[in-house]
Design a protein around this ligand. Structure first.
Ligand SMILES: Nc1ncnc2c1ncn2[C@@H]1O[C@H](COP(=O)(O)OP(=O)(O)O)[C@@H](O)[C@H]1O
Ligand SMILES: [Mg+2]
Length: 338
C-alpha cells in the first residue's frame, strides 16, 4: 500500500488502468462504448505474502492479473517488480522476468497440452528459458513434482489420466519449476471438486512457507481468501473500494460493499464473532460500460445519501491504516440507518 516504503514491495501496481472500446450491441456505424475494466488500481505485494483480490464477476480481477504479468498492455499506470518497472511486453527482458512471475489459471485442463505427458510439460519452461539441459530439467521436474505431492509415476501420464486436483498440481509444478517469486493465481480452486479444494489451498500455503513465494490470489470464495491472504483488496467496477490487512477487513469491513460480501460468507466461517447486520446486494448488476456517476456503488447502497450520487469518493486511509472509498466510512451502522 502507498504508505509502505516501496522497497519492501516485490510487486507494486500504481494507477493500473485498462479501458476497452467495445461495440454497442445493435449499434450501426461501428459505434463503440468505453468499457472501464480496470480503472486506477494500486496495490503492493510483499515478498512471501499474499494479496487477495475479490469482487463480483466482471469487476476486473482477471484483467488486473493480466496487467500485472504484462500479458495485456495497460491504458495507464505502472507495474514494478522488485523496484524496477516491468519491461515492455515481448522484449527479452520481459521474457526473462516472466519466469519470476508465473500464472495459475482456473482450468488446469485448458492450461495443459492434452497430447504431451505431464512430466515433459513440467520440464518445458526450463528448456524454453534455457535454464537447464534435458537431463537436469528431468531431475528438477521430478523434484518439483514431489514438492507438490505428485508421485514419480505421474511423470509419464497424460492430463486426461489424472484427477482435477492432480492436474492443478501439475500446473503448479510447471509454474514453480522456474523458481518464480510471484504466482498469480486466478480462481485456482474454482474448477476443482469441493473435496479437493482444501488440499490445494493447503499446498499453496505450504509452498509459500517453504519457498517464500508471493501470491496474487484471486477468488470469489471469501472464506478461502481469508485463509490465505495477508492483505485484501476489494474491487467494484474496476476500482478498489476497500483495501487493507485481511484479518481487520474481514473482522470489521467498512465499505458497504465489503460488508455485503462478508455478510454473505457462510456463518460457520465467522466463528464466534459478533453477528453483523446483513446487507443484501440489490439493484441492477454493475455494468462497466455505464458506471454510475458519483460513487459507483450508490445505486445498490442502503446508506447512500445525496453526496454519494454527486462525487466519487477517494480511496482514503482510516485510523487503522486500511483504505476505504466511501463518503460515509466514518458513520456507524446505527447512524447510517438513521
Ligand atoms: N478483451 C476484452 N475486450 C473487451 N472487454 C473485456 C475484455 N476483457 C475483459 N473485458 C471486460 O472487462 C470487464 C472485467 O473483466 P474481467 O477482468 O474478466 O473481470 P473478472 O475477472 O473480475 O470477472 C468485464 O466487463 C469484461 O467483459
Ligand atoms: Mg476472472
Amino acid at each position: 500500500m502507498s504508505d509502505r516504503p516501496p522497497a519492501l514491495a516485490l510487486l507494486a501496481a500504481d494507477g493500473l488502468t485498462r479501458h476497452y472500446r467495445v461495440r454497442r450491441p445493435g449499434a450501426m456505424f461501428g459505434r463503440r462504448d468505453l468499457l472501464r475494466a480496470v480503472d486506477g488500481v494500486s496495490f503492493a505485494i510483499r515478498p512471501g505474502q499474499t494479496l487477495g483480490l475479490v469482487g463480483e464477476s466482471g469487476c476486473g480481477k482477471s484483467t488486473t492479473a493480466k496487467l500485472v504479468l504484462g500479458l495485456a498492455p495497460a491504458t495507464a499506470g505502472t507495474v514494478s517488480f522488485d523496484g524496477a518497472p516491468l519491461p515492455a511486453i515481448g522484449t527479452a527482458a520481459w521474457r526473462d522476468l516472466r519466469r519470476r512471475m508465473q500464472m495459475v489459471f482456473q482450468d488446469p485442463l485448458g492450461a495443459l497440452d492434452r497430447r504431451l505427458a505431464v512430466g515433459w510439460q513440467i520440464m518445458e519452461p526450463l528448456l524454453i528459458h534455457r535454464l537447464a539441459g534435458p537431463r537436469d530439467a528431468r531431475e528438477r521436474a521430478r523434484a518439483v513434482m514431489a514438492s507438490v505431492g505428485l508421485q514419480p509415476h505421474h511423470f509419464d501420464r497424460y492430463p486426461h489420466e489424472l484427477s482435477g486436483g492432480q492436474r492443478q498440481r501439475v500446473v503448479l509444478a510447471r509454474a514453480l519449476i522456474t523458481e518464480p517469486r510471484l504466482l498469480v493465481c486466478d480462481e485456482p480452486i474454482s474448477a476443482l471438486d469441493v473435496s479437493i479444494q482444501a488440499q490445494v489451498v493447503n499446498l499453496l500455503l505450504d509452498l509459500q512457507e517453504k519457498l517464500g513465494v508471493s501470491y496474487l490470489f484471486i477468488s470469489h470464495d471469501l472464506k478461502v481468501v481469508r485463509q490465505v491472504s495477508h492483505d485484501v483488496a476489494v474491487m467494484y467496477l474496476g476500482r478498489v473500494v476497500e483495501q487493507g490487512e485481511a484479518d481487520a477487513l474481514f473482522r470489521d469491513p467498512v465499505h458497504p460493499y465489503t460488508r455485503a460480501l462478508v455478510a454473505a460468507i457462510p456463518s460457520p466461517a465467522l466463528g464466534g464473532e459478533r453477528r453483523r447486520e446483513r446487507i443484501v446486494l440489490s439493484g441492477d448488476p454493475p455494468n462497466p460500460i455505464a458506471v454510475p456517476a458519483g460513487c459507483a456503488f450508490h445505486p445498490r447502497c442502503p446508506w447512500a445519501v445525496a453526496d454519494c450520487k454527486a462525487a466519487t469518493p477517494a480511496l482514503r486511509p482510516m485510523p487503522d491504516g486500511r483504505l476505504v472509498a466511501c463518503h460515509r466510512a466514518e458513520a456507524t451502522p446505527e447512524s447510517r440507518a438513521a
